[in-house]
Design a protein around this ligand. Structure first.
Ligand code: SF4
Ligand code: SF4
Length: 371
């Protein structure tokens, strides 16, 4: 195996192919604190891409309730257990069984039957007579998931047909439907279980990052339709060369407020999460790269009210369908620009409020709120 640099783990890791970072890497930031699990993203994706034969069970985008939910069933628990048995200080590539490139498993058909398993189920029990004393004793949160378009995709590494490729121009990971023979090595390899086998066409399919939209400068469907405005899609620069005016670089590399999901697997995933602030830290440490990263991200997030630039970057979430390449803030607004420098978004720090006079002279009517 080759030795490639993984910036999440800050070390060289094993991977079957040489390091070949794209010119710019497609990436997302999801603010978990804002997700209401309305599943609008799930439905937007499903109706756009997976309403065909053999795709019935496919959810390229899904939102699961943690700690109990997961689609396919137990995807994270299963791979975490296997990883732990091998000593989880090494990546899934580094602990691969003999003759295989990565540690993985193939879910059972039944694991795909319960996409809403655990939905809205809290950890802990609300005792009779309990009251809210400032800290929630029971907790849950919503984890929105899509393919991570990993820098070191396990799906790509495991494909014996070389049918999976990562685009040089933007790092989107795609399955070549002509080359694929449906061996399902990718399904087995992806620890996030974001490749699906189509039993009708007998080939694998996965999230395509809505590349027809991205190619015309628009964010994907799941981002455009997000009710909670929790999502921002853009491009990450090379990890050694972050640009402070690129909102993705700023949130991920500079402020480090958004973290990768299970970076210990070693794939360098490119969906970054602002961790939920109300959840026991131990749970988050396992999920988002350890104590140092999680504590820092939460502290930074909680301080956003005193950090104008950070707050400005976060105000731009869900403010435009277009891809924001550059941003800036001034005293009153956050501004987003496209790749040609055109202004595409302008969000005030304070929502303007206009209070109508009670009496409208022109129409001779009184307008007031009736309780
Ligand atoms: S649309 Fe947005 S708020 Fe609704 S479930 Fe999806 S990510 Fe969460
Ligand atoms: S999340 Fe899974 S399917 Fe997506 S690029 Fe990574 S390994 Fe491949």
């Amino acid at each position: 195996m080759a030795k490639v640099y993984n910036w999440h783990l800050k070390r060289k890791v094993e991977y079957p192919y040489e390091e070949a970072r794209p010119k710019r890497q497609v990436a997302w930031v999801f603010d978990i604190n804002k997700c209401i699990e309305c599943q609008t993203c799930t439905v937007a994706c499903k109706t756009t891409w997976t309403s065909g034969k053999g795709q019935e069970y496919m959810l390229w985008n899904n939102v699961e309730t943690k700690p109990y939910g997961g689609y396919p069933l137990g995807w994270d628990i299963n791979i975490l257990k296997m990883h732990k048995e091998k000593g989880n200080d090494r990546t899934l590539f580094e602990v691969s069984p003999d003759g295989e490139v990565v540690l993985g498993y193939l879910p059972e058909d039944e694991d795909y039957m319960y996409p809403n398993f655990g939905e809205d189920v809290c950890y802990g029990i609300v005792e009779k007579g309990a009251f809210f004393n400032g800290i929630h004793q029971v907790w849950m949160f919503y984890l929105a998931r899509i393919c991570n378009h990993c820098t070191y995709p396990a799906c790509l590494a495991a494909c014996p047909r070389k049918a999976i490729y990562k685009r040089k121009e933007d790092g989107i990971v795609l399955v070549d439907q002509e080359r694929c023979r449906g061996y399902r090595e990718c399904v087995k390899a992806c620890p996030y279980k974001k490749v699906f086998f189509n039993a009708f066409t007998r080939v694998s399919e996965k999230c395509i990052a809505c590349y027809p939209l991205i190619e015309r400068g628009e964010q994907p469907r799941c981002v455009q339709t997000c009710i909670g405005k929790i999502r921002l899609q853009g491009f990450l620069s090379h990890p050694n060369n972050p640009r402070p005016d690129n909102p993705l670089d700023y949130l991920v590399y500079i402020k480090k407020v958004a973290l990768p999901l299970y970076p210990q697997f070693g794939l360098e995933p490119n969906v970054y999460y602002i961790p939920p602030i109300h959840v026991p830290k131990q749970f988050l440490y396992q999920m988002f790269g350890g104590k140092e990263m999680v504590d820092r991200a939460i502290k930074t997030y909680l301080n956003a009210k005193n950090d104008r630039k950070l707050l400005g970057a976060m105000l731009l979430f869900g403010s435009t369908n277009k891809i924001i390449h550059r941003f800036r803030v001034d005293k009153n607004y956050a501004y987003g620009y496209d790749d040609k420098g055109n202004l595409i978004s302008k969000v005030p720090f304070k929502e303007p409020v206009y209070i109508r006079p009670l009496y409208d002279k022109k129409r001779d009517v009184y307008r007031h709120s009736i309780p």
